[in-house]
Write a protein that binds this ligand. Structure first.
Ligand SMILES: [Zn+2]
Length: 231
């Protein structure tokens, strides 16, 4: 089941009231159009009837896709400061609903993608990574290398990268993020050949030893390196 409520939001731009259907839970198998909206970056984006500009709702959403074996807990981006609590909540949901859930759902617990995400762009990225048959840990390691290796990112206030798509040639195409959202095209897209991903995947053990902060339970993100640096 997908659960939503009609809410009255204030437009981010002019403050006018927007009536919007806001979801707290998405069942992507039953409602594939919601997954399509997430991939199109239109989910929880509402046009203001007064000024016409978009307002994005950065809320808490439980995303479930039984067909693809995905359970993703999405939290507002400002909850990242307390990522461990959010990760624990997602872990407990997985445990209660699948590991110790009703007998028919228990076999699903294995090989399930269980992740915590902060913001809808991160949810979208996890879906893109999984659909392409990639592993997010290696993608995050690639991003860490890219961000650290090019001082222009810092100069342009790029705070992260998000896997936008895998090209027909197998290259990984990243969009730069400023404060967790796609930047407005000032910073060009970055394409990394498939070979670089394959090399990273071959270094799994070394990666976890060198950058153990990249992954902890269901929280797999380059942002963890920032959290670790801030103590
Ligand atoms: Zn408005």
């Amino acid at each position: 089941m997908s659960i939503s409520e009609l809410e009255a939001l204030a437009c981010d731009h002019c403050g006018a009231t927007i009536r919007a259907r806001v979801f707290t839970s998405v069942n992507a198998e039953r409602h594939p159009h919601l997954r399509d909206e997430i991939l199109a970056r239109r989910f929880h984006v509402f046009a203001c009837p007064t000024c016409g500009q978009d307002t994005l709702v950065d809320g808490k959403v439980l995303y479930l896709d039984l067909g693809r074996r995905q359970l993703l807990g999405v939290y507002p981006r400002d909850r990242m400061a307390d990522a461990a609590t959010a990760a624990q909540e997602v872990f407990e949901t997985w445990q209660e609903s699948f590991v110790e859930g009703p007998p028919p759902t228990r076999p699903l617990a294995k090989r399930m993608l269980v992740r915590v995400c902060f913001g809808l762009e991160e949810l979208r990225e996890k879906l893109v990574i999984d659909a392409a048959g990639l592993v997010d840990l290696y993608v995050e390691a690639l991003k860490a290398g890219l961000l650290a290796g090019d001082p222009r990112f810092a100069a342009l206030q790029v705070t992260g990268l998000s896997l936008d798509a895998v090209t027909p040639e197998g290259a990984l195409r990243f969009i730069p993020l400023g404060l967790g959202r796609a930047t407005d095209g000032k910073v060009p897209l970055i394409e990394i050949p498939e070979k670089a991903y394959a090399e990273m995947a071959g270094r799994r053990g070394e990666l976890l030893a060198a950058k153990p902060c990249l992954a902890s339970g269901p929280h797999v993100s380059v942002a963890r390196l920032v959290l670790a640096a801030e103590g």
